[in-house]
Design a protein around this ligand. Structure first.
Ligand SMILES: [Zn+2]
Length: 401
């Protein structure tokens, strides 16, 4: 039995990084270092492909807040505390609050789109340089931007809800319509906020001025709103046929006259299909992520401080396999000294890169540079290994909805 891997928050602000190689302080220097990272073959017998590990920093250019960046949630809102799995599952009041906020935040998330960083990953995949993407993000931007590169969503995705009793998945968009029907006053509030542009601004000070803040889980902070009146629907399947408990008795699933879940229901609670804090990552997701690391020769880390252990241990696994690691992140990365402790100070990016530039500036420039080198034949690509990995990659695709 494997030890469960629980998602827990780590809210400390991390120290500033040591840039590697020292020439990579500028955008041009960072580009040169990453070019060398992709151009040099990884140490034998590692394959030439690269696995990418991403976090909230990559979606900042899409207008979503990250946790620890310059305007990250943990810096801007010192009292921010995400909901925990147990709290959500056990507490009707906590769910009202969660879904009220989520109801308001969903539209912004729906309007947000993948950015130049996501599309650069698609282009790197088209060049044969990327074998798989592991993301901690729940915004679905990776599968949208590059459907042909396997995306493994370590912490799930907000595009679905799932039943905490029967595990059935439903589209989050349909759920939004049901929330609007069950909460007409909130639906009006949402329409007003959309009309006034209060949900449109990307400027954190402006959002704060309007009493509004969207965090990376698509949740909006709306002070003074009465959460206690918010209603949400049950799992239709559990409502139609309440499941049998382990003790042999049938669960109770009750709704009010409009079809909203009410106590004393004991089942049929829908949750966002993400791994909440305090919830375990399923073993098949965990194994698939480990396989993605083990099938690649390099690791490229983008827009994450690796503060969650589930992500950090994947980078550690890459390090233990002797894989060159490149990290592109604004701000410090948890325990990053360990990844670079034994790196030759004279290397120029082929074994290690640590840069602090924005991914949406850096990655498109990197793509055009690598494209030129590839077309001139200056960059060796190991085609047989790449094709082999493409075939194996279906295991990750199968996990996506
Ligand atoms: Zn159900």
């Amino acid at each position: 039995m494997r030890k469960p891997l629980m998602r827990i928050p780590y809210t400390d602000i991390l120290p500033s990084p040591k840039i590697i190689p020292a020439s990579a302080h500028s955008l041009q220097g960072a580009l040169a270092a990453l070019h060398n990272f992709f151009a040099a073959p990884p140490p034998s017998p590692l394959p030439s492909s690269t696995v990418v590990l991403t976090g909230a920093g990559l979606s900042v250019a899409s207008g979503l807040a990250d946790y620890r960046g310059p305007n990250g949630t943990y810096r801007v809102n010192k009292t921010y505390r995400p909901i925990y799995y147990n709290e959500f599952v056990q507490n009707h009041e906590a769910r009202k609050r969660y879904w009220a906020r989520s109801f308001l935040g969903w539209t912004s998330l729906q309007k947000a789109k993948p950015n130049a960083g996501h599309y650069a990953i698609r282009d790197l995949g088209d060049l044969g340089l990327i074998s798989a993407v592991i993301t901690q993000n729940v915004d679905s931007f990776h599968p949208k931007a590059h459907p042909h590169i396997p995306s493994l969503e370590l912490h799930g995705y907000l595009r679905s809800t799932s039943c905490t009793t029967c595990r059935t998945e439903y589209p989050r968009e349909d759920f939004q319509h049901q929330l609007a029907r069950l909460n007409p006053r909130w639906a009006d509030l949402l329409q007003e906020a959309l009309a006034s542009g209060a949900l449109d601004t990307e400027d954190p000070d402006e959002k704060k001025f309007r009493g509004l803040k969207v965090n990376p889980d698509g949740d909006v902070d709306f002070p003074d709103a009465p959460y206690t009146t918010f209603r949400y629907p049950p799992c239709p399947r559990c409502l139609a046929d309440p499941p049998i408990k382990a003790e042999g008795f049938r669960h109770t699933v009750r709704v009010d006259s409009d079809g909203a879940w009410i106590l004393p229901s004991s089942a049929g609670v829908l949750k966002p299909n993400v791994v909440m804090f305090g919830e375990n990552i399923s073993n098949h997701v965990r194994s698939a992520a480990e396989n993605a690391i083990d099938s690649a020769g390099r690791l490229l880390v983008l827009g994450t401080s690796l503060a969650t252990y589930s992500a950090w241990r994947l980078a550690k696994r890459a390090k233990d396999r002797g894989m060159p690691i490149a990290i592109v992140n604004m701000g410090g990365v948890r325990g990053e000294d360990q990844f670079f402790v034994d790196v030759n100070p004279n290397q120029a990016g082929e074994l290690a890169v640590r840069v602090e530039v924005s991914t949406d500036d850096l990655l498109p420039a990197l793509v055009s540079q690598l494209r030129q080198k590839l077309s001139s034949g200056a960059l060796p690509i190991d085609a047989p290994i790449r094709n082999h990995e493409r075939e194996n990659s279906s295991v990750f695709k199968d996990m996506l909805s």
